[in-house]
Design a protein. Structure first.
Length: 111
């Protein structure tokens, strides 16, 4: 039987070796900021799909199963980001969960 305390101490040692944030390397510092921009732009690109569904009141080409699965996966990633305190993952998957939920609701309402 393994000792669960060993796992906790092992994770502590692993986390102590994380890089600084913001990173002293300029390229990594730029990438740290750029990932937030990309994280917002990705879900923003789905807004025209949301607009099309709700303005035309037609979601016949939208798969409810697919977007429900996307919401489920977004929530898993969001929980992962919260557990590991990764701000980019929390931001991106919060936005994707919202957008995909809106699309899934549109698929329910207008299929």
């Amino acid at each position: 039987m393994s000792n669960p305390i060993h796992h906790i101490h092992k994770r502590k040692r692993v986390h102590e070796k994380l890089e600084k944030y913001p990173h002293p390397n300029n390229f990594k510092k730029i990438m740290d900021k750029f990932i937030f921009i990309v994280g917002v732009l990705g879900p923003a690109m789905a807004i025209p799909q949301v607009y099309k569904i709700y303005s035309a009141k037609n979601a016949s080409s939208i798969s409810l199963f697919s977007f429900s699965a996307y919401v489920f996966m977004d929530i898993i990633w969001l929980v992962y980001g919260i557990l590991h305190k990764e701000k980019p993952i929390i931001l991106v998957y919060s936005l994707w969960a919202i957008i995909n939920s809106i699309i899934a609701v549109g698929a329910i309402l207008y299929s």
